[in-house]
Design a protein around this ligand. Structure first.
Ligand code: G
Ligand code: G
Ligand code: MN
Ligand code: NA
Length: 249
């Protein structure tokens, strides 16, 4: 396919870039940035990862692309004036690909980023696919000293049994729950239960997709550890990060 060939070319030609979205603690501390991949096509302009990540996964291009994302995100984070963490999204194909642990380890060692400043975000779908191998890989990653995050939590199946089996440092409540906080009484009960359960399991909780002051107030009151969303900060180019960090310092 044409688009697939062009995506391959984009890795070398500089068509890929990263945006960074800030995560805050409820008291306003700026603690992390999530790296979000963008592809600017010479003719079609910006193409969403929602479109090209599936394409990259089916063609295994996600492996070199993912390696580029890891390397670039770590390199950026090392240059920040403070020690915010950087979060990188990892797809299932990438996690289960050969040498993934080596790729991560090399990104850390070549950039000099402290492992505890790197968070890897995986979705529940990863955990359904191939549990024995997944368990081995996640343990090896954990042994590197980085942090494991379960992304889009609550959208998959049997979430509770996965939490019991795999050891994560943090959950990200899917933004569908956060959105419903404004309009749906039950959503508040559900989010409260999810946060309480996470705390009992020793996990931190991030809420993503915070878009309104009412959602922010509710999540603060419910005891969320970290908050992320358009209300607090949009994904931004690296050139704007230093300024944001200085303002919050
Ligand atoms: O940034 P945006 O909302 O357009 O992202 C859309 C989807 O693409 C999200 O599910 C996000 O997790 C995913 N995504 C963004 N960047 C990356 C990346 O570097 N690797 C992978 N695997 N997924 C990404
Ligand atoms: O699947 P994942 O959680 O990694 O997706 C991250 C995506 O969510 C990014 O593409 C980012 O642009 C998007 N995002 C971040 N904050 C918000 C928000 O407040 N509202 C909405 N609708 N999307 C958001
Ligand atoms: Mn994510
Ligand atoms: Na998410």
């Amino acid at each position: 396919r044409e688009l697939e060939r062009e995506l391959h070319g984009a890795i070398a030609a500089g068509g890929l870039s990263l945006l960074f979205q800030p995560l805050f603690r409820p008291d306003g501390d700026l603690v992390c940035f999530e790296a979000l991949l963008r592809w600017t096509h010479m003719v079609h302009g910006a193409i969403s990862p929602a479109e090209f990540i599936p394409l990259a996964e089916s063609s295994e291009l996600i492996v070199p692309i993912g390696a580029w994302v890891l390397q670039t995100a770590c390199q950026e984070a090392v240059a920040w004036p403070c020690d915010q963490r950087v979060a990188v999204n990892i797809s299932a194909v990438q996690l289960l690909s050969e040498d993934f642990v080596t790729t991560v380890s090399q990104a850390l060692s070549t950039t000099g980023l402290a492992p505890e400043r790197l968070e890897l975000e995986v979705t529940e779908s990863v955990l359904i696919e191939n549990t024995d191998q997944t368990l081995t890989v996640l343990s090896a990653l954990r042994a590197l000293g980085l942090r494991l995050v379960l992304d889009d939590f609550g959208t998959g199946y049997s979430s509770l049994s996965y939490l019991h089996r795999f050891r994560f440092d943090k959950l990200k409540l899917d933004r569908s729950f956060v959105q419903r906080l404004d309009t749906d009484e039950d959503a508040r009960t559900i989010v409260r239960a999810m946060i309480s359960m996470s705390k009992d399991l020793g996990l931190e909780v991030t809420a993503e997709g915070v878009e309104t002051p009412a959602q922010l107030a509710a999540l603060r009151e419910l005891g969320c550890d970290e908050l992320q969303g358009f209300l607090l900060g949009r994904p931004m180019p690296k050139s704007r990060i230093r300024m944001l960090i200085m303002r919050h310092h």
